[in-house]
Structure formats: C-alpha cells, structure tokens
Design a protein around this ligand. Structure first.
Ligand code: AMP
Ligand code: MG
Length: 317
C-alpha cells in the first residue's frame, strides 16, 4: 500500500490514523493538539496516567521535541534509529502535556517501516502513537487486527503488512543521571550497553529470574481467556483432556499449528514476530484456558519472557 494523499491532512485536522511500524501497529495523532490526543485515550480506553510515545521521521526532528539532547542520545540514535528503541528525554513545550501524562519527559522514537516514515515525512510533525488496540488487550501486528478491534473509531488504517519485530520498542530513560531501561523490547540491553556502557534496569524481569508469581507485576495486557505460563520442565496438565490452547517452543524456524497446539520458533526474534498473532488467534476461540511454555532464562529471551509474564499467571503447583 502506498500512502493515501489524505493521510497527513487527517492528522493535521485532529484525526486518528492507524499505521504499521516494525514493532506493532500504532494509533497516531498530532502530538501538539490536545483534542486529537484526547481521542486516542478515549478510543483505547487508556488511563490518562500512561504516557504516549512520540514518533518522528529522524533524529534531527526528534531533537526539536527534547529540551536536552545528551551524547548518549546521539550515539543511540545513530546506532538504532530507525528502529525499536524509545528514548525518554526532558520534553519541549511543543509536546502537549496530555501526551506525556503530565510528566516533564517525552518518549521519542523513529520507527523502521517505510509507510510509517512516509506518513511522518508527509505530516511533518510529531506523531503520538500508542499501540492500536484497546487498553490491556493484545497489541495488533496486522492491519486486520486493527480493523477488527477499532474499526470505525479510526479515520484511516494504513496496511503495511505484518510487523517484523512483533513486540513493542525498548524504552530507555536518558533524563536522569544513569540511563535506565524502563521496558525491554526490540533492542536488547546488551546492544544498548555495547554503545553507551552500563545501564540500570527498572521493573523488568532479569533473564536469570524465575517466572514471577501473579500480582508481582501489573498486568500490562492480557488475552481475555485465562492464560497461564509454565516452565518447560513442568507442564502440569500435559495429557489432561482439557480443550486448552497451548503455545510451546518448536524446533523449526516456522510456526507449526496442530489444532489447539501451536509451536513457535525456538529463536527469540522469530518467536516475538509471531507471539501476539497466535495469542490473538487462540484468544478468539473461547477456550477455557491458554497455557504458554516459558522460553529459556537467557538474555536473548528477556523481552519475550517479559511479555509472556505480563500476559499470564504462573500455574500454581
Ligand atoms: P505503548 O504502551 O507501547 O504505547 O508505550 C508507551 C510506554 O512507553 C509507556 O507505558 C511507558 O512505559 C513508556 N513511556 C512513554 N513515554 C514515557 C515518558 N515520558 N516517561 C516514561 N515512560 C514513557
Ligand atoms: Mg500498548
């Protein structure tokens, strides 16, 4: 799909445009218009306390919306933009405060998708965009997911095919003394530390930690079907005659489906690409439960493990 000529004008007149990125589909609105941003929160049912990420076409434009731009930001933008890394920096007054949930900082990112970049260049402004799903539901990774969930509530949906990364961006806070990881995602801690040295981590599942018990983490999103996780050495209901859906680790580089059993690739990037899509598929089947096998406790799986933990409860033994 090429960019429809009306897309930028819809944004300028305060409308909502859903668009593809390499992570998940975004629901975009002009970050300088309070009424447009209010529509995002209303359509998603998103709490006003949860800030939105602002998308821009390149790093030089990002700088306009940050009050300070430290050396780390330059290095990280050179290394990873366009790409799945959001940088949190002191905000410029040009970004309205509803976007940042009243905070003095703004999350900025350049998405790595040709249609998103075309939209950003045509609009020529800062585009606030959370994932294009209702709050606490599964993030959309195809245009069809967006249509099914938001339909007419959105003025335009751009179809750029399935998302390559499949989970949300990594969020790194550069507004304090020490760079701090707020969310794991498409760029790993190791990749970031290779560019700027050691970073702190907040509220994330460290790779060496066991799956957390329910309640320790706020549920960020979840399927509507009761969903549980298990470590691969202990699938407590294996063999039981329940009509539960199961997501396990397969051996191949492709998704394998056998009725309610789905095997995802044993490769963190490929797993992430397909995770939300298969979770959505199982969630639509009205099953009594979904069980998900946890991938290995290794650094390269940290972002995927984080998303599974947020979507599930640990099975009680
Ligand atoms: P999403 O839910 O994918 O739209 O991403 C929004 C998330 O990015 C928020 O829930 C925060 O975790 C993070 N974020 C965005 N802006 C800020 C900010 N100004 N300060 C801290 N975190 C932010
Ligand atoms: Mg979201």
């Amino acid at each position: 799909m090429s960019l429809p000529p009306e897309a930028a004008n819809i944004l300028r007149s305060g409308g909502l445009v859903a668009f593809p990125t390499e992570t998940v589909y975004g629901l975009g609105a002009d970050a300088t218009q309070p009424n447009a941003i209010a529509r995002i929160f209303a359509v998603k049912g998103r709490p006003a306390t949860n800030p939105l990420i602002v998308h821009v076409a390149d790093a030089s434009i990002a700088k306009r919306y940050a009050m300070t731009w430290p050396g780390e930001a330059t290095k990280l933008a050179e290394a990873f933009w366009p790409g799945p890394l959001t940088l949190v920096l002191p905000k410029s007054p040009l970004i309205v405060s509803v976007v940042t949930a009243g905070r003095g900082t703004v999350g900025l990112r350049v998405p790595d998708h040709p249609l998103a970049l075309e939209l950003l260049r045509a609009f020529d402004g800062p585009l606030a965009a959370p994932s294009a799903n209702r709050s606490n539901r599964i993030s959309p990774t195809t245009a069809r997911h967006v249509r099914d969930e938001l339909g007419d509530a959105v003025d335009l949906i751009l179809d750029g095919g399935p998302c390559r990364v499949g989970i949300e961006s990594t969020v790194l806070d550069l507004s304090g003394v020490t760079p701090t990881l707020l969310r794991l995602g498409g760029i790993s801690r190791r990749q970031i530390e290779a560019v700027i040295g050691p970073v702190k981590s907040i509220g994330q599942i460290a790779a060496h930690e066991p799956a957390m018990s329910p309640g320790q983490l706020p549920v960020h999103y979840a399927p509507q079907t009761p969903a549980f996780r298990f470590e691969n050495f202990a699938d407590p209901v294996e063999g039981a005659h329940t009509a539960r859906g199961t997501i396990r680790l397969g051996s191949k580089n492709e998704v394998e489906k056998e009725g309610l059993r789905i095997a995802l690739p044993r490769h963190p990037e490929l797993y992430a690409r397909h995770f939300y899509e298969v979770l959505r598929e199982l969630d639509a089947m009205n099953l009594p439960a979904i069980h998900i096998e946890m991938p290995p406790q290794q650094p390269e799986w940290a972002a995927v493990r984080d998303r599974i933990v947020r979507a599930t409860k640990a099975i009680d033994h």
